[in-house]
Design a protein around this ligand. Structure first.
Ligand SMILES: [Mg+2]
Length: 116
């Protein structure tokens, strides 16, 4: 079970819901490379199961640095991999660290809070 209920959860896509993050040299890579990568990236099935449990009691916002150009491919991948969510937010801020006075949780917190 989970202690998290009636919350809006923002969950990163690549590296959390997918098994890996795309290569960092993305600016030097073609859009076709990314279309292929986004289509074929493996799902993190363990995390998807947790997200789907959280979806029962919470609002799930999946966010990603992927641009709007890749929304259709991304929605299709999420559908194929049976990810339950309420919103998909494309184009996250290009930060290395996030400093926020409202709420901040690391993936380790997520792992600790979700026990399902
Ligand atoms: Mg990521």
């Amino acid at each position: 079970m989970t202690e998290i209920k009636n919350k809006r959860l923002a969950i990163d896509l690549d590296g959390i819901i997918t098994k890996e993050n795309p290569p960092h040299e993305w600016k030097e890579t073609t859009p076709e490379f990314y279309e292929g990568w986004y289509t074929r990236v493996a799902p993190n099935t363990e995390n998807i199961s947790k997200v789907n449990v959280l979806y029962t009691w919470n609002k799930i916002m999946i966010y990603t640095a992927r641009t709007e150009d890749y929304r259709e491919i991304t929605e299709s991948w999420l559908r194929d991999n049976k990810v339950k969510y309420d919103a998909l937010i494309m184009g996250k801020l290009p930060y290395d660290f996030l400093i926020d006075d409202h709420a901040a949780h690391s993936f380790e917190d997520f792992e600790r809070l979700i026990k399902c």
